[in-house]
Design a protein around this ligand. Sequence first.
Ligand code: ZN
Ligand code: ZN
Ligand code: ZN
Ligand code: ZN
Ligand code: ZN
Length: 203
Amino acid sequence: CSAAVVIGAGEARRRWACACGAPPACTGCGASPYHYHAQCRDVQTLRARWLAWLQGGREAYRNLERRAAREATAQQKALREALARHAELEGDEDWKAANCRVCPRCRSAVEKVGGCNTIVCGQNAHGGNRQPGCGHRFNWQDARPYVARVGRAPRLTAHTQPALARQGAVSGRGVRHLFAQCALCGSGGKCILGPRFRCIHCQ
Ligand SMILES: [Zn+2]
Ligand SMILES: [Zn+2]
Ligand SMILES: [Zn+2]
Ligand SMILES: [Zn+2]
Ligand SMILES: [Zn+2]
């Protein structure tokens, strides 16, 4: 309606309800319905952002969440596989350390088969090829024991878990709003996790 409100200078903005029954408006900016929260100059921006959220922001956010969950699962799987490979390698190396010596020429691990101390690198006692080797002939007693070479087991770091480390393209992802609960569902008595919304028109 076109009713005019007289506001004293310096008076704070307030909710003004006209007798005609039109939705209450803000005496500061004239926006209707009245906004309990946010400054008058921010109302337009907030409305635009809310609209953008409804028109695709929400969907983009959900896709992002789903992708992050998928990537986290894939990373867990990759880590488990890496750990299994590591354990296998560690087992191999332990066995070699217990059973092998090193060829003095090419440094390959050489296993002693049978009782003869004369070793030909890469061959078994009877001359058959067992594994790659340089063919160097040496005495088992003169060769140095094999030393296991296993690095540290892979661990989850910021580099191996980009999905968890990456910040969401949508602000608020993963943020915990301590002590804030959802006014609609109560968020199960827990705090709100992720983007949190407050209606500027409600008290
Ligand atoms: Zn009116
Ligand atoms: Zn206003
Ligand atoms: Zn060799
Ligand atoms: Zn809720
Ligand atoms: Zn509201």
